[in-house]
Design a protein around this ligand. Structure first.
Ligand code: NAD
Length: 413
């Protein structure tokens, strides 16, 4: 395999598969797999109790042939360079698939935000910007929320960056609407999941109404997917977060559950449900299993035991490459991350545009724009999957990889 920086993440094999299907040679593959830039910064933080703890922050930029680098910023103890490399590449593929004028990046800090006070979180975020500001910017690299970060963290980044460069709302997306955030950005990834599921149901001459779904992860993506799917008539029978899972086969009241999670910090203890082990939840019989937590949730073992009809990747990279091969063998359809979890970056793009124009869009315009872009991407993916007799993931990767390679080739040579 052509050389790429550092250890190759297992999921790079998805890219390799696409390159082989497109008959690219090693030169072309290494152009696709190579990374533009990696930044690692050390941040000694004075904790509230006076002690010093050093955290590490990272930003990996994959490519900017189609536009500025774009991708989430994750605060989680599992943050590591190897995974960020694949997630940055995946972002490039996502933006290419939905034809956004953006590249791909990913970053994060290896911290547990739940163990930090608000002051500590704010200081760490501002410190990160002080160290990283030369590598981000509205025409360079535009971070957004991801696991463990939210609109508040984006507001701090915007402010710290603006201290150095003057008012620059376009340096991040996913900000509070009051300071330039797009209406509907917070719910966009969850809503996008609903749109893609709906499009796939239509493609199969089916409908979502009356179907059942299990959702792993009840953070930003999971809760908004649950709300959107409820609006489409899907019964959410079980959900989980890092503390555990809950189940009610008659259907969970999502609105009440969101309030419960906000108040208690966990889905556990919800009055109209029983508890279920997180692994057992993945094996429940249902129409749709929506994975909206972390990467690598489904490996070979879990893939061989899942009872869902369709797996939906709301998270980034939740089905490992080996697990995907098992699901393909078993004929279980996967709506892949590169398509199903793209709603967030589409609305981030709208936010970036409205920041550059200094002209806010209405939520209706944003929802309409999101629906048009995702529907078009779905049509393309379904057509290639049918025409080339391959999985939806393979189809999506082939389309995105070709766009990316063409742009890289034109700009490089
Ligand atoms: P979040 O931090 O808001 O939520 C993550 C949720 O997953 C939390 O509820 C957490 O408790 C839960 N979780 C963690 N480990 C778990 C486990 N083992 N079992 C069950 N639940 C577990 O993060 P988010 O923004 O919702 O992101 C979730 C995923 O979606 C990530 O993979 C992220 O990269 C991806 N994603 C996010 C966005 C976005 O706009 N936020 C966009 C595209 C993709």
């Amino acid at each position: 395999m052509a050389s790429i920086q550092g250890d190759m993440h297992e999921s790079m094999r998805f890219l390799k598969e696409a390159a082989v299907a497109l008959e690219y040679d090693d030169r072309e593959f290494s152009l696709l797999a190579g990374l533009s830039r990696e930044v690692r910064v050390a941040m000694p933080l004075q904790r509230d109790d006076g002690s010093i703890q050093t955290y590490y922050g990272y930003r990996v930029q994959h490519h900017n042939a189609l536009g500025p680098y774009k991708g989430g910023l994750r605060y989680h103890p599992s943050v590591n360079l190897n995974e960020l490399r694949w997630l940055a590449c995946l972002m490039s593929l996502k933006t290419a698939l939905v034809e956004l004028p953006l590249g791909g990046a990913k970053g994060g800090i290896d911290c547990d935000p739940k163990l930090l006070s608000r002051r500590e979180l704010r200081s760490l975020t501002r410190y990160f910007v002080q160290k990283l500001h030369r590598n981000i910017g509205p025409n360079l690299d535009i971070p957004a929320p991801d696991v463990g970060t939210d609109a508040q963290v984006m507001a701090w980044i915007q402010d710290e960056y603006s201290v150095i460069y003057g008012y620059t709302p376009g340096v991040v997306t996913g900000k509070p609407t009051l300071v330039g955030g797009a209406r509907g950005r917070e719910s966009a990834t969850g809503r996008g999941i609903g749109i893609v599921m709906q499009e796939y149901a239509h493609h199969r001459a089916d409908e979502l109404l009356g179907k059942t779904a299990v959702i792993q992860g009840f953070g930003n993506v999971g809760r908004h997917a649950a709300s959107d799917l409820t609006d489409r008539g899907v019964k959410i029978i079980a959900v989980s977060d890092s503390s555990g899972g809950i189940i009610n086969k008659a259907g969970l009241d999502v609105k009440r559950l969101v309030k419960h999670k906000d108040k208690m910090g966990s889905v556990l203890g919800f009055d109209s449900a029983e508890e279920i082990d997180n692994q057992a939840l993945l094996m429940l019989k249902c129409n749709y299993l929506v994975l909206a937590a972390l990467g690598g949730a489904v490996d070979e073992t879990q893939a061989s035991r899942l009872k869902a009809e369709i797996v939906v990747e709301g998270a980034n990279n939740p089905v490992a490459y080996a697990g995907d091969l098992v699901l393909r063998d078993r004929g279980i359809v996967v709506l892949p991350d590169i398509l199903a979890s793209t709603g967030g970056v589409v609305v981030s793009y709208f936010e970036w545009v409205q920041n550059i124009q200094h002209m806010p869009w209405s939520e209706d315009d944003i929802t309409a724009g999101l629906t048009v872009r995702l529907t078009k991407a779905c049509d393309g993916v379904f057509a290639v999957a049918t025409g080339q007799n391959c999985s939806l993931r393979e189809a999506a990767h082939r389309i995105a990889t070709k766009r990316l390679k063409d742009a890289l080739w034109i700009t490089s040579f």
